[in-house]
Design a protein around this ligand. Sequence first.
Ligand SMILES: [Zn+2]
Length: 85
Amino acid sequence: MFEDETIDVECPKCGHQNSILVREFEEISETHFICEDCKVAVRIEASEFRERLEQVRKELEELQREAVQEGKRRSKRPRKDDFQI
Ligand SMILES: [Zn+2]
């Protein structure tokens, strides 16, 4: 779920958007990645991305909430049998 989400981190050297697993931020406070494009080693600190992580988390929660509401709405929909006079 959330742990499988990725966020895009721009390479400071070439600007390439690298997809980093959110899980990596969760486990350690800082992490390194190798830019897919120019192969430079980039060190990133989780604190710098805390805001974005929160954003991703909120978006996911919203999606889940919508899914739940959608499910409720569907199950609450009155069937023809409910309208008895
Ligand atoms: Zn790069």
